[in-house]
Design a protein around this ligand. Structure first.
Ligand SMILES: NC(=O)c1ccc[n+]([C@@H]2O[C@H](COP(=O)([O-])OP(=O)(O)OC[C@H]3O[C@@H](n4cnc5c(N)ncnc54)[C@H](OP(=O)(O)O)[C@@H]3O)[C@@H](O)[C@H]2O)c1
Length: 337
């Protein structure tokens, strides 16, 4: 089969030179495994970090990148009882998805309705799964509350915008360009504003906090969804409402911030960690319930995943670069078959 292969970890500068689109052996399923003919995969920020050697989990070299995909079951191992040939599925394996075929443990595979678009399915799990877990289980977002989303046109960000709206919140989308803010407004955000695309200095951070306060009638946002980190986190916590919840989602800006904890004291607010991948492993039943909720929201048209950036499998290194260069809006899809 054809696949994208990462042969060396060369860091942030030269990572794209270490990706090769080559012929590799077809994988063979073991007892509890499923062979899937992949139809589409999607790009997530961890794919960028993994090919650069900067992710918290690193597969043995060489490896095929790509954390999630969707396709059709081709063969099941003798210990697999819940899946059959021909089932439509999505799969999250952390790596291995930028390929024509994939073998995955059955615990990593999720059956989906046959009518679900496989490109939508390939990009649903990580972004919408993370954002639903963050807003529902971690923030307990309530109808009528204000939700501020940073990096709001990105993968997890746009999912948070849509899910926040579906939960009845007033959603404020913040992003680095007006084009990105406009996309968020198209996807249901009530308000939006543009922030600086690089590191903010003290004055700019103050301006950023003030903007949020202005949009929330001086109260601050009840829930802040932050996948960006860096110089954005501290002013976002400063603009969190009394008893608000600030969600630590990720650090796309590249820097892990160290905000002063007196901010949490002064607002009686919570700084809440969100690690969706670990939660899915510890609480598979609750994760399954969340997926079913997402399927219902999708069918009801209450979420509408944005798929505009598409690449062929042979160009999957370009798909990773598209995300790394901050050009992505919504989901970046790799078309496989
Ligand atoms: N906690 C969890 O369980 C979990 C699960 C999935 C993902 N994540 C994390 O969430 C973050 C976003 O992931 P994603 O897949 O949604 O990525 P994405 O689609 O690339 O979105 C990230 C957004 O961050 C903003 N950004 C700010 N500085 C950036 C920079 N220097 N480079 C790139 N983007 C930058 C960009 O928006 P602007 O241009 O508008 O600023 C971009 O749209 C990542 O840190 C990822 O690891 C966490």
């Amino acid at each position: 089969m054809k696949a994208l292969n990462c042969i060396e970890l060369a860091g942030q500068e030269k990572w794209s030179e270490t990706l090769q689109y080559i012929e590799v052996d077809d994988p063979i399923p073991g007892n509890n495994e499923i062979l899937i003919g992949l139809k589409a995969a999607s790009v997530n920020f961890p794919d960028v970090l993994m090919v650069q050697g900067l992710y918290q989990f690193q597969p043995p070299m060489p490896f095929i990148p790509g954390a999630e995909a969707a396709g059709v079951v081709e063969k099941v191992g003798s210990g697999v009882t819940d899946f059959d040939e021909g089932d439509h599925v999505f799969v999250m394996t952390g790596n291995g998805c930028f390929a024509e075929k994939l073998v995955a443990d059955q615990s990593r595979v999720q059956k989906i309705p046959k009518e679900m678009d496989l490109q939508v399915a390939a990009g649903l799990a990580m972004t919408y799964g993370t954002s639903l877990y963050a807003l529902k289980q971690r923030a307990d977002l309530q109808a009528g509350e204000t939700l501020l989303v940073l990096g709001a046109a990105g993968g997890v960000g746009l999912a948070a915008v849509e899910l926040g709206k579906s939960m009845g919140a007033k959603v404020i989308a913040a992003a680095s360009t007006q084009e990105k803010v406009d996309i968020c407004l198209e996807h249901g955000a009530d308000e939006g504003f543009v922030y600086k695309s690089g590191n903010m200095n003290r004055d700019e951070q103050k301006e950023f906090s003030n903007k949020i306060k202005e949009l929330t009638g001086g109260m601050g946002a009840n829930v802040v969804y932050d996948p960006v980190g860096g110089s954005f986190s501290e002013p976002a916590i400063r603009a969190t409402a009394w008893e608000g919840r600030y969600l630590v989602i990720g650090f796309a800006a590249g820097e892990i911030p160290k905000p002063p904890l007196n901010l949490a004291l002064l607002k009686s607010c919570q700084i809440v960690g969100v690690f969706w991948g670990a939660w899915t492993a510890m609480f598979p039943k609750e994760n399954q319930e969340n997926f079913e909720e997402l399927f219902e929201l999708l069918e009801a048209g209450k979420i509408n995943p944005r798929i505009k950036d598409k690449f062929k499998l042979e160009d999957s290194a370009k798909a990773i670069a598209h995300l790394a260069e901050r050009k992505a809006t919504g989901k970046v899809i790799v078309e496989i078959a």
